[in-house]
Design a protein around this ligand. Structure first.
Ligand code: ZN
Length: 241
């Protein structure tokens, strides 16, 4: 049996928030643990030394789940670079909600923070599953409704994603590429927009299924790293004369 994945759930703040008395990170870590799919599921928080993401923690993390909204600017550049290096070397990265504006997302895919529309009035969000063959969408209905959500709308100023898995429609009329994948180096990245902190969105079974699927999908495949750099010239020997 292959090694179970180690997951680290990261949040930009500690303690209760909105409908999450023990913090959103506890809710996320708990449903990942309950899935029985993973090995160790740890929590790391921005107020901790090195934002909880020491070399030791990151080097033993297969997939990092990253939730952030308001304090991106407080994340130290050397820690961002440490995360980037790990992703380039194969660590999976799940970026939740406003993590689209995080330094790490910007550095990996070249996105400038807050280049999108947004509105916070608690409107309905309908999330459409538009890729029916992808492991991240497995077991997710054709669409599901989030009764109250924050609107993120197009234009979302990202490079064209490698895969577009979900599109959201909002009661106010906007649409958004709410579930996208990117590959950077050896690492796999999934961005999933739903998850505003004042609504219990991470309690929803559909959302839990998507994030659990995404963590499994983003895991490193264990292959040896590819050979790069200057290589010697060797003329291939013809196999047939
Ligand atoms: Zn929000």
């Amino acid at each position: 049996m292959s090694k179970k994945l180690n997951v680290t759930v990261w949040d930009e703040r500690e303690g209760a928030i909105g409908p999450y008395p023990n913090g959103m990170y506890t809710t996320i870590a708990d449903f990942l643990k309950k899935s029985g799919e993973f090995g160790e599921v740890r929590i790391a928080l921005q107020p901790q030394p090195e934002h909880g993401l020491t070399e030791e923690v990151l080097n033993s993390t297969d997939v990092l789940v990253y939730w952030a909204h308001c304090f991106h600017h407080q994340v130290e550049d050397n820690i961002v670079e440490r995360i980037r290096q790990r992703v380039m070397n194969g660590m999976g990265l799940i970026l939740l909600h406003s993590a689209h504006a995080s330094k790490i997302f910007g550095r990996l895919v070249g996105y400038e923070p807050w280049k999108l529309r947004w509105r916070e009035v608690g409107e309905l969000e309908r999330v459409w599953r538009i890729d029916h063959g992808h492991p991240i969408t497995a077991g997710v209905p054709e669409y599901f409704d989030i009764p109250h959500s924050e609107m993120y709308g197009e234009h979302f100023h990202i490079p064209t994603p490698d895969e577009l898995l979900f599109i959201s429609w909002y009661e106010g009329g906007e649409v958004f590429r709410s579930g996208c994948t990117f590959k950077c180096g050896l690492g796999k990245i999934f961005f999933f927009a739903p998850g505003h902190e004042t609504f219990p969105i991470y309690e929803m079974p559909e959302v839990q299924r998507i994030i659990t699927n995404a963590v499994k999908w983003a895991a490193p495949n264990g292959n040896p790293p590819p050979i790069t750099g200057n290589v010697t010239f060797e003329r291939p020997t013809p196999s047939v004369k």
